[in-house]
Design a protein around this ligand. Structure first.
Ligand code: SF4
Length: 956
């Protein structure tokens, strides 16, 4: 058909009108009850709508308070007319920090740019809903907020009084924004359990955690302009860090050599100087082959290794344990470890208060004799053991068969890294999502540490980016505002602080110690432990032994041992089923690998599953109550960020949506309902899980700090969080909301930020670990160093004391294809996964990328529907054939909602996420759960599948 200019304009005009009317549908559609409809503007035609798009009543600064994590966040101008948001534009006025690095302008992505449309689409929840049919049947009754909250409060009171406070569980989305303040306060006051979601989503970086004693370590984006080599290793920032990616590509203009290391020729590989394809799951072997060359050619930095790492620490030859003071003296400490001082010619205690060695010169090689209480024992430095292992197992010629990478490529890159002044990596949480991701990360960090690429300008290993204000924890516990409130809180927690602080502990170590106590007490609960013990996930995740040939005993045994010995913790205790589950910014039926087990085991035990969200998610569809939360432009908000973009972002309320309420208001009203229902039922107090008596009387008064923070006082809460923060000095809410952003003034004291261990200078880049490398502050590990040797019994049993390569398990069964994934380009998690505008940029439905060779071998053509199956289950999806995909690998970018698949069966149903026993270790040194890490993780990248064509529309 010929498309004339006139017909094109007519079509475009009709589309504009349809789109505009669609966005007005919620006010215009007959039969739809609306609580407080905005006035309907007097539009006469589509031209009026079009013209009005360029007029507005006000412009509000805001952002998208979604978990876009690595790329968070961007300041946007939000244009409001007639009470509706019509469009948004990037603000693009971030100041320049240095004259020789680029500024952060402009920031944004295509998802953010269409949020003004997304916020009015049919997935929004308009009013409180109560399930009236079978779970998931889609039969709902609209109820009032008062009814919903009173019924939920009654169920909570039933649970607290009959079974215990810990049976109420909050499953969370990302934390630390204004939206968190009410939930944290309510959970703290009612002694309910909040799940730590970081390891649940597979972001626990287990290798970085055991090596650094923490996972948070990230530079600012402009610091990449000082890097000579940038390793884009195990990630695809062109998809996952859209506003950031230009920093990596532009660094090449300043001479950086960018190397992409990934199995597939992904969008980021295209922009690199060099692409090194390797077989999926073989990153540890590749890293160790680099280490082999670096050590073999003496490119390592011995001074750095002596001072900053555990490589000079002495290990006993007879049992593989560190030489400890308790081996040498009766009543000696298990924490005092030893090195061999070459100058003094004897074994000496390793310094614990500082990394500075003074006159010490610890040996990296040699065999020495230690006189233990049980007799003489031979000891050797970790470096000597490591060098032998590298020489024996990881020559590039040996690893080529594992990784598929030619030895010359390995040698070339190792020399480049070994001779460069500054090497940095771009990180993601991808390798953390492999079963052996811990080994991959430990081996990656080894490459950086060997050459001293750590804690310097343009140089260092980034693990996990997190930078938040530290006011939320304080706000959750505060009795009243002002200095009197702070003093009273200090008096409450002072005895615990005094007891927790041990000699030699740095501030950082103390905050992790407190975080660990929060997990022990059940204030925070490891999500993975919870879902395995109470959610039935162990049914599939406990089958590790079938798929991992290195396991000699069932993983359930390790789990039991871990619980019995207090390595890891879980609340409620095993055998005490949870009764009320709040889905608060979470979406477990989309994100939990192996979710059908949760539906089967946990759901029948619940009295209520309550989803609080702005849209109807997979989990909301299966809930008993769904409460509508305000969208991102409908509330006052600020939230966490990352050092990559070291600014806090904020937004103020630009519009309202039906009966949706801000998170603070929802939690406040729930607190009031608990108070009222307790009074009506004559309940004066309750017992917390530790036997303490807590009042129901004046519960609401206490929650609001005697009326200081009313139900609609979101802005006051936002302002108070800033006032309580130590790392946003002189940042005032009024100015922040008008500007939309402010630079952090430090990393603060939150357990999820302090690990960056550096300054956030106003006029310079952010360089993590400077405190350790430049100022010689010990790392929060057992050795006080970057620690490559782990002598915990689980590690000894499984042969993982040093970083090694282990073949990926055949998770799900012995099938020929490995199903991997990654963050999608067209959504942030599931927030835009079913968005019509984003779907138009793709195939409009879930797809699985497949290599040409694998497709040909199975008679599959592009666009065919295929069945994917393994021992667990099956599902159907469209095949997308791509020459960029490596044979043997199939890829599904994440976060499709279950209802987008045929029969509602999402692809997480056949991902078993086998538990890795070493992640259940604890009870020694830094191996114990702390916030966001050192807990077991969910993983998904080793899932094995077979695929067959089921498309009936064409002959085979
Ligand atoms: S979704 Fe995140 S990255 Fe995208 S524009 Fe919004 S804040 Fe920026």
């Amino acid at each position: 058909m010929e498309v004339t200019r006139r017909s094109f304009l007519q079509t475009a005009a009709a589309s504009t009108l349809l789109l505009s009317l669609d966005r007005l549908a919620f006010v215009a559609a007959p039969g739809r009850a609306v609580a407080a409809p905005p006035p309907i503007p007097d539009y006469r035609s589509w031209e009026d709508l079009y013209r009005s798009k360029w007029t507005w009543d006000q412009v509000v600064r805001s952002s998208h308070f979604v978990n876009c994590w690595y790329q968070a966040h961007c300041a946007w101008n939000v244009f409001v007319k007639d009470g509706m948001v019509w469009r948004e534009e990037q603000a693009a006025d971030y100041p320049a920090i240095r004259s020789d690095t680029p500024d952060f302008n402009p920031r944004g992505c295509q998802k953010g740019a269409c949020y003004s449309a997304r916020m009015y689409d049919p997935t929004r929840v308009k009013y409180p809903l109560k399930r009236v049919g079978e779970r998931g049947s889609g039969k709902w009754q609209r109820i009032s907020w008062d009814q919903a909250l009173a019924e939920i409060a009654d169920l909570m009171l039933d649970t607290i009084t009959a079974e215990g406070t810990d049976r109420i569980v909050w499953s969370l989305g990302p934390l630390y924004g204004t939206h968190t303040a009410g939930q944290m306060r309510l959970a703290f006051m009612l002694d309910s359990s909040s799940l730590d979601m970081n390891t649940e989503i597979g972001d626990g970086h287990p290798g970085a955690a055991v090596t650094f004693g923490k996972i948070v370590a990230e530079r600012s984006l402009d610091d990449y302009f000082f890097s000579d080599v940038i390793l884009v290793w195990g990630c695809n920032p062109l998809y996952t860090q859209i506003p950031n990616a230009h920093f990596f590509t532009e660094a090449r203009y300043k001479g950086a050599h960018v190397v992409a290391i990934a199995p597939d020729y992904n969008a980021s590989s295209i922009h690199a100087d060099q692409w090194i394809p390797l077989n999926p799951g073989t990153d540890a072997a590749f890293a160790l082959s680099l280490a082999h060359v670096i050590v073999g050619e003496k490119l390592h930095d011995a001074a750095f290794l002596r001072e900053q790492t555990d490589l000079p620490f002495l290990v006993r030859a007879n049992d593989g344990r560190f030489l400890r003071q308790r081996d040498l003296q009766k009543d000696g400490s298990a924490d005092v470890l030893y090195v061999y001082d070459q100058r003094a010619g004897r074994i000496v205690e390793a310094p614990r208060d500082t990394l500075a060695l003074g006159a010490l010169e610890p040996a990296l090689e040699g065999t020495f004799e230690a006189h233990t209480s049980a007799g003489p024992v031979q000891v050797r430095p970790v470096f000597a053991l490591l060098r032998e292992r590298l020489e024996r197992d990881y020559a590039p010629e040996q690893t080529a068969a594992i990784t598929g990478v030619h030895p010359d490529v390995v040698r070339d890159l190792a020399r480049r890294i070994g001779t460069a002044k500054a090497v940095a990596n771009v990180t993601s949480s991808n390798l953390a999502k492999f079963y052996h991701g811990n080994l991959m990360e430990r081996a990656q960090i080894l490459v950086f540490a060997l050459c001293g690429h750590m804690g310097k300008r343009g140089s260092g290993f980034s693990a996990f980016p997190f930078l938040t204000h530290d006011g939320a924890d304080t706000f959750a516990m505060l009795h009243r505002t002002g200095w009197i409130g702070k003093l009273r809180l200090m008096a409450d927690i002072w005895p615990m602080l005094r007891e927790a602080k041990k000699p030699g502990m740095t501030d950082e170590m103390l905050h992790y110690e407190l975080g660990n106590r929060g997990l022990q007490a059940g204030l925070t609960v490891s999500g993975v432990m919870f879902w395995n013990v109470h959610g039935g996930l162990l049914e599939v995740s406990g089958r590790s032994q079938e798929w991992d040939p290195h396991l000699k005993r069932p993983v359930a045994e390790y789990l039991q041992e871990s619980l019995d010995k207090g390595y890891q913790y879980v609340w409620p205790k095993p055998g005490n089923p949870p009764r009320i589950l709040f889905e608060y910014g979470s979406n477990i039926l989309r994100r939990l690998r192996g979710y059908p087990s949760v539906v089967k085991h946990l759901f029948p035990q619940l009295k209520a599953l309550v989803t609080i969200d702005w849209r109807m998610t997979s989990t909301a569809l299966a809930s008993d109550y769904v409460l509508p939360a305000a969208g991102w432009y409908e509330k006052a908000e600020h939230k966490w960020g990352t050092p990559l973009m070291p600014y806090i972002h904020a937004g103020s309320k630009a519009a309202s949506f039906h009966e949706a309420k801000s998170d603070w208001e929802i939690c406040s009203r729930l607190a009031r309902a608990v108070d009222e229902r307790a009074r009506a039922r004559g309940l004066a107090s309750f017992k917390d899980r530790h036997g303490g008596e807590r009042p129901f009387e004046a519960f609401y008064d206490a929650f609001t700090m005697q009326g200081e923070f009313g139900e609609t006082d979101d802005e006051k809460v936002a302002a108070e969080l800033l006032r309580l923060s130590s790392n946003l000095k002189r940042v005032d809410w009024q100015q922040l909301k008008e500007k939309g952003y402010a630079r952090f003034t430090g990393v603060g004291t939150s357990a999820v930020s302090i690990g960056n261990a550096c300054e956030v200078p106003a006029d310079d880049t952010v360089r993590p670990f400077e405190n350790h490398v430049a100022h010689k502050v010990p790392y929060p590990t057992q050795t006080g160093r970057i620690q490559f040797y782990i002598d915990h019994p689980f590690y000894l049993e499984l042969g993982e004391t040093l970083p090694v390569h282990k073949a990926p398990p055949k998770a799900g069964g012995d099938y020929p294809l490995t199903l991997t994934g990654g963050h999608t380009r067209w959504s942030i998690h599931s927030a835009w996964r079913d968005d019509a505008r984003m779907l138009r940029l793709q195939r409009g439905r879930p797809v699985m990328y497949m290599s040409v060779a694998d497709a040909d071998a199975r008679g599959i053509r592009d666009g065919d529907t295929v069945e994917v199956r393994n021992d667990l289950d099956d599902f159907r999806i469209q095949a997308k054939i791509s020459p960029a995909v490596r044979p043997g690998q199939v890829i599904i970018y994440h976060a499709w909602e279950n209802y987008q698949f045929e029969g509602g069966k999402g692809f997480q149903n056949l991902i078993p996420s086998p538990l890795n026993p070493v992640e259940l270790a604890g009870g020694e040194g830094h191996l114990r759960p702390i916030p966001i890490c050192l807990q077991p993780s969910q993983n998904d990248r080793d899932t094995r599948v077979e695929v067959r064509r089921v498309d009936a529309t064409r002959p085979a």
